[in-house]
Design a protein around this ligand. Structure first.
Ligand SMILES: [Zn+2]
Length: 473
């Protein structure tokens, strides 16, 4: 998260207004490209052209061979576009040419077909006018999912608060009743969005990705857990898209990792956020407004709830129950993680805070946002860049997650199975020399018959070392 003082905003205003005057005076002249950045991601590559003013553009595809053509009217480039690094992108080569003596044509030679998408971005605190060209394609992961065997959905029978969840299609990691708990790890910001910026231009997007990757590595080695990274490199993912990805992975928890910033360099410490009640309520309304979302979400109850008007009240109640259960889980896991982080860093706030952050708005996936520290504080900025500190922070996050799920495992998870087995073991009595069934029953304050039934005993003869399950009430 990045907070900005109203002071710096009001200072920036006259400068912006002045720039606006300059811009209108220049509109008759040709625009120019000042810089170009490229952000490869697993499922798309983003090209960003820094422009000195917004301009008309056309984008179209050609096949045999695959090419993408970008036409920019009245444009010259001050940047050597042909030398842009194209490693890890579907682009094999970039060429530019001047058309009609004043227009610029950029041709991308492609290794595969892509779906182009383009839009202009208005100036922000970091950049001026930008033209964004996205080359969208199926990521390696999507290709793998296509070939993965389909698992037939089984009826959910647990009378658990989360049966309302839309998890109709079990993930391929499901093994009978002992599945892994799926943790979606989101590193905040990325690509064009650097997040907060600290001393020596240390960027939030960089340190949080490093911590997220360490959380993933640590969790991968923990029995009963399956971590998935939402963002794996330096590229941007929309906030709704991040929650969508967590849903696709059928995550049991989404953690979004950030670093705080403040205009004053003194504040420091970690904090954890869950969704606010107000954010939850408005999100319920949004999901209900989008009937497709609602059908998906409520479909988990009996698989075929229509959203006619008569079902509207029911839908609202069900959605509200899901959202309330999710928020309660978020607060619980948040408190566990906050307590654990308290062992490695000062806490900015002792309680889980609540805010209407977009990335926390999954109605059915408990979600927390972790502010690992203040990147605006020189000491914390230094810590957050330090590999050993990043590992310590990641370890404390993992411990908090584990502690929560050991206490509250999802019903069909391996951890739930092991918890049940342990409880059963604790209720076992080992027969020793001289024991009789009636003496054991008397001492354990249960009837002989209950012990017989609980252990399927055919006779009352016991042997030394025999384990008897003692039923409790
Ligand atoms: Zn952030």
């Amino acid at each position: 998260m990045a907070l900005f003082s109203s002071l710096s905003k009001s200072r920036a205003l006259p400068i912006l207004a002045f720039a606006g005057v300059m811009l209108s005076a220049l509109t008759a002249q040709a625009a120019s490209i000042k810089n170009v950045r490229i952000w490869p991601a697993p499922d798309h590559t983003r090209l960003v052209f820094d422009l000195d003013k917004p301009t008309e553009h056309k984008v179209f595809s050609l096949s045999n061979p695959n090419r993408l053509v970008i036409d920019l009217d009245g444009m010259k480039s001050e940047y050597d576009i042909d030398t842009l690094p194209v490693k890890d992108t579907p682009i094999s080569n970039i060429r530019t040419a001047v058309k009609n003596g004043q227009d610029l044509r950029v041709v991308l030679d492609l290794k595969r077909a892509v779906q182009p998408r383009s839009f202009l971005l208005k100036p922000n605190k970091q950049y001026g006018d930008r033209l964004v060209i996205d080359l969208v394609y199926q990521g390696a992961e999507a290709e793998a999912q296509k070939t993965a065997p389909k698992v037939v959905a089984k009826t959910e029978t647990q009378s658990n608060s989360r049966t309302n969840s839309p998890k109709a299609t079990p993930s391929t990691s499901t093994t009978g009743e002992k599945r892994d708990i799926i943790i979606a790890i989101d590193a905040g910001h990325g690509g064009e969005d650097p997040g907060a910026i600290g001393p020596n231009r240390v960027r939030e997007k960089t340190v949080v990705l490093a911590i997220a990757k360490k959380v993933e590595q640590l969790l991968r080695n923990e029995r009963g857990f399956k971590p998935v990274l939402i963002r794996t490199g330096d590229y941007y993912i929309g906030l709704r898209d991040r929650t969508e990805r967590a849903r696709k992975y059928r995550a049991d928890l989404l953690i979004s990792i950030h670093a705080d910033a403040y205009r004053d360099h003194r504040p420091m410490g970690s904090s954890v956020f869950a969704l606010s009640q107000r954010g939850a309520t408005s999100e319920t309304a949004r999901w209900l407004a989008d009937s497709e979302n609602s059908a998906d979400l409520i479909g988990g109850v009996d698989g075929a709830l229509s959203l006619d008007d008569k079902d509207r009240v029911l839908a609202e109640v069900l959605l509200d129950l899901t959202m309330t259960a999710t928020l309660s889980d978020s607060l619980k896991v948040g408190q566990s993680v906050l307590g654990s982080i308290g062992n490695v860093n000062k806490l900015h706030k002792k309680e889980v805070e609540q805010a209407a952050f977009m990335v926390l708005k999954s109605p059915d996936i408990p979600s927390i946002l972790i502010e690992t520290g203040f990147i605006s504080n020189p000491q914390e900025a230094k810590n957050l860049q330090n590999t050993a500190y990043q590992r310590k922070m990641a370890h404390s996050i993992v411990q908090g997650i584990q502690a929560h799920f050991k206490k509250n495992p999802p019903p069909d998870s391996l951890l739930a199975y092991e918890k049940k087995r342990k409880e059963a073991e604790n209720n076992a009595y080992v027969v020793s020399r001289g024991d009789t069934l009636s003496a054991i029953a008397y001492r354990q304050k249960v009837s002989v018959d209950k012990i017989r039934k609980a252990n399927n005993l055919r006779s009352d003869t016991l042997f030394v070392g025999q384990r008897l399950h003692i039923p409790r009430s």
